[in-house]
Design a binder for this molecule. Structure first.
Ligand code: FE
Ligand code: FE
Ligand code: ZN
Length: 276
């Protein structure tokens, strides 16, 4: 099965997102758990969640992906900032249990001059404080572009975070095509090689989701500017290989391209046509 969707606004709730995902031709969606800049989350409405589960079962939506606010920093230098991240993620993960067995993606963080080692240590420390044995959500570390002092643009950094997390069976990885290309992994010229490296360092069984974004910038530029599929430096042909690759084809794919809803519908249709 091809599991494909895009990032949607969560403002009208779960059922509204599920309906929109189907209208766009998809069968999954990603959403921010709260305002992406942080702040309080809207109360979860159990009736909305129940209606969502019913609709999802009838329309073949099996997977959804929540995204943490991108302003959080699990390895901030200021303790107050790290505490805010910890409290927000803990609250998000509790709320995720309304939709059991789903995935929660976050940006590992920026070490802001503390150095990569301290960054890795603090991120694992944050995870060790918020994960609990009975939780049903898989927490995904997103591979980053390496902009500024971002942690997690190298597979080794992701591996080190996983290794230092006690409940590491709760962790997975989300591969963002723009980030990984920007970070110096050439998925255009050597997709097989990049995935072999991922397997060797992290293990492909950890890979749980793919963000599909073209890149406004050339290989290894560490900029993190998403482009529409086929209109950037990654290009349509590479995406044909990506959505069909044996190591990727059964994963859920999420578009985070600069689009309105009609643009997303077109990209979903294009990617479906790419599938063999
Ligand atoms: Fe992200
Ligand atoms: Fe992403
Ligand atoms: Zn990005």
């Amino acid at each position: 099965m091809f599991t494909i969707g895009c990032h949607l606004s969560a403002s009208k709730g779960y059922l509204a997102m599920a309906k929109q995902a189907i209208e766009l031709g998809g069968n999954t969606f990603q959403f921010f758990t709260r305002n992406p800049r942080g702040g309080a989350a809207k109360d979860i409405d159990p009736a909305d969640v129940a209606a969502f589960h019913d609709f999802a079962a009838r329309h073949g939506i099996q997977t959804i992906l929540a995204h943490a606010p991108y302003t959080l920093n699990a390895c901030a230098a200021e303790e107050r900032v790290q505490e805010f991240c910890l409290a927000t993620m803990r609250d998000d993960l509790q709320r995720m249990e309304y939709t059991p067995g789903q995935m929660y993606n976050f940006h590992p963080g920026s070490h802001v001059k503390q150095g990569i080692e301290v960054g890795i240590e603090k991120i694992a420390d944050t995870l060790n404080q918020i994960l609990w044995p009975e939780m049903t959500t898989t927490v995904l570390l997103e591979v980053m572009a390496g902009k500024g002092s971002e942690v997690g643009s190298k597979f080794e950094e992701i591996r080190a975070i996983i290794d230092r997390t006690t409940l590491s069976d709760k962790l997975g990885v989300c591969l963002d095509t723009c980030h990984v290309y920007d970070g110096g992994y050439d998925i255009v010229q050597d997709l097989d090689g990049v995935l072999e490296e991922f397997d060797r360092i992290i293990g492909l069984s950890r890979l749980r989701a793919v963000h599909l974004n073209d890149s406004k910038n050339p290989f290894c530029s560490h900029k993190d500017r998403h482009e529409k599929i086929g209109q950037g430096y990654i290009g349509a042909e590479a995406f044909q290989r990506i959505v069909n690759h044996p190591a990727l084809r059964d994963l859920p794919f999420y578009l985070e391209t600069p689009n309105e809803l009609d643009g997303y519908a077109e990209e979903i249709a294009m990617l479906k046509a790419f599938r063999k």
